[in-house]
Design a protein around this ligand. Structure first.
Ligand code: NAI
Ligand code: MG
Length: 501
């Protein structure tokens, strides 16, 4: 297709993106019913990277039909839990063998540094599949002693079964394209569901390449269907589809609310992992040698495009200048550039739209009286780069303090005592994550109890593990992904009761 890519690109990736990518329906790679394709861009250059089949309602209908048939009639439901687990483990092995290639795909499609994609995104996805492979054989019900008062003398055997919810629609974002696919697919497959996955239109490539590995691993046809396309068309059709039993969504709170409405038609189950404006609280008794770089990485990791980014930095007054200047210094030193450059520490934002959104927030903050002591502008003359930015002179009521920016922009504010900081930290519609930096473990755990967030990090930030549940309080979402908690999202309980005497 004459696509502009850098000369050092991985040969298998070059081959993969050279042809328009198709969608995976019922075990076959097919074009969109409409024949349409859409472009995906290299955010480091703004040039077209690849063309991808554009799924719409008709393709979603076909994919849901395949998933429904695979769930109701296919070999998948007759497999043992051990066989399911082994398939997931095999997928993890295949993915691990292709770490280099997936690193390139993520870097090209999303913009993130290749080295980070290879060190974080791909291994975390591999580990998630392995963790979930282990759960396949450990999904158990209970036996329940009954004391039915109106049948004196009768005896019953009662137990529960944990059964898969059925056909699951999964809609994922662009910030961790492969990892979000793994977070969604892993538990769905471990529990025996079938899936229609819609990757984000900005970053569909790694999910499509994963589709190849899913087929290579030997999953029966129709168990995983992957339909790239836009949110308003393919995504909306999936969320509203009457034959879908559950929808799992990660993305903006705004679209999360649309998903809830769309799901109402057949009352499908809904789980949501949405936005955040997470407080990162540094006390004067913290080890500042770790708190300062930790607070910088809390916001700048993945260019701030993390739902759990530590985007509100609260620092106890007596160390405020030292910490905030330290974070600003770290921001100024970050090497911004193309993700394929081995020296790059921060790549471009994912899209022009996202760059403009973040720059809009910078303008709003500066015009409301905030001051940028690092960054504050778009960077470079091509591609979607924004400077790592630290805003000071910020007030709680400002837009930049209240709203999710989803870019490399932190707002810093001082506080005077722990009593004051809890209500301020909790003063948000969101409740995804929070962090506390202190050497006082009693204070740290009292804070952890009082912070209204699904994850609280103490003296660390952005630590993820397949075994640790993740999700939101308040408008940051419904349900928990990862850990054994996620199994609740993909199973439902059946009570079975037998009279035995
Ligand atoms: P978005 O919420 O529009 O997109 C996320 C996914 O939802 C994509 O796959 C998209 O195609 C799909 N989608 C969009 N509209 C839909 C609809 N009506 N029905 C069904 N699916 C739909 O997020 P977008 O526009 O990419 O980013 C906007 C803001 O959302 C960001 O600035 C950030 O604040 C937030 N966001 C949060 C994420 C998170 O991890 N919690 C991830 C991505 C974005
Ligand atoms: Mg959107």
């Amino acid at each position: 297709m004459g696509i502009a890519v850098s000369p050092q690109i991985h040969p298998q990736v070059a081959e993969f993106i050279d042809q328009p990518r198709k969608m995976l329906i019922n075990g076959r790679w097919v074009n969109a019913a409409s024949g349409k394709t859409f472009p995906t861009y290299n955010p480091a250059t703004g040039e077209i990277l690849a063309h991808v089949a554009e799924g719409d309602r008709e393709d979603i209908n076909q994919a849901v039909k395949a998933a429904r048939n695979a769930f109701d009639n296919g070999p998948w439901r007759r497999m043992t839990a051990s066989q399911r687990g082994r398939l997931i483990w095999k997928l993890a092995d295949l993915l691990e063998q292709h770490t280099e290639e997936f690193g390139y795909i993520e870097s090209l499609d999303n913009g993130k540094p290749l080295n980070i994609a290879k060190a974080a995104d791909v291994p975390l996805a591999v580990d998630l599949f392995r963790y979930m492979a282990g759960w396949a054989t450990k999904i158990e019900g209970n036996t329940i002693p009954l004391s039915v008062p109106y049948t004196p003398g009768a005896k019953y055997l009662a137990y529960t079964l944990r059964e898969p919810v059925g056909v699951v629609g999964q809609i994922i974002p662009w910030n961790f394209p492969l990892l979000m696919a793994a977070w969604k697919l892993g538990p769905a497959l471990a529990t025996g569901c079938t899936v229609v996955l819609k990757p984000a239109e900005q970053t569909p490539l790694s999910a499509l390449r994963l589709g190849d590995l899913i087929m290579e691993a030997g999953f029966p046809e129709g168990v995983v269907n992957i339909v790239p396309g836009y949110g308003e068309t393919a995504g909306a059709a999936l969320a509203a589809h009457p034959d879908v039993d559950k929808v799992a969504f990660t993305g903006s709170t705004e679209v999360g609310k649309l998903i809830v409405h769309a799901a109402a038609g057949n009352l499908k189950k809904v789980s949501l992992e949405l936005g955040g404006k997470s407080p990162n609280v540094v006390f004067k008794d913290a080890d500042l040698e770790i708190a300062i770089p930790g607070s910088a990485s809390a916001i700048f990791f993945n260019h701030g495009q993390c739902c759990c980014a530590g985007s509100r930095l609260y620092v106890e007054k007596s160390v405020y200048d030292q910490v905030v200047e330290g974070v600003a210094e770290a921001a100024r030193k970050i090497k911004v550039g193309s993700g394929l450059d081995p020296d790059t520490q921060m790549g471009p934002l994912v899209s022009e739209e996202q760059m403009n959104r973040v720059c809009g927030y910078l303008d709003a903050g500066l015009s409301e009286g905030a001051k940028a002591i690092a960054g504050g502008h778009k960077a470079g003359d091509r591609g979607y780069f924004v400077e790592p930015t630290v805003l000071v002179n910020t007030q709680e009521k400002m837009k930049v303090v209240q709203e999710e920016i989803f870019g490399p922009v932190v707002v810093a504010m001082p506080f005077t005592d722990p009593e004051e900081i809890i209500p301020r930290a909790n003063n948000s519609d969101y409740g995804l994550a929070a962090a506390v930096w202190t050497r006082d473990i009693g204070k740290a755990h009292r804070m952890a109890e009082q912070l209204r967030a699904g994850t609280v990090w103490i003296n660390c930030y952005n630590i993820f593990d397949a075994a640790m549940p993740f999700g939101g309080y308040k408008q940051s979402g419904w349900g928990r992904e990862m850990g054994h908690d996620v199994l609740n999202l993909y199973t439902q309980t059946k009570a079975v009761c037998t009279r035995i005497a």
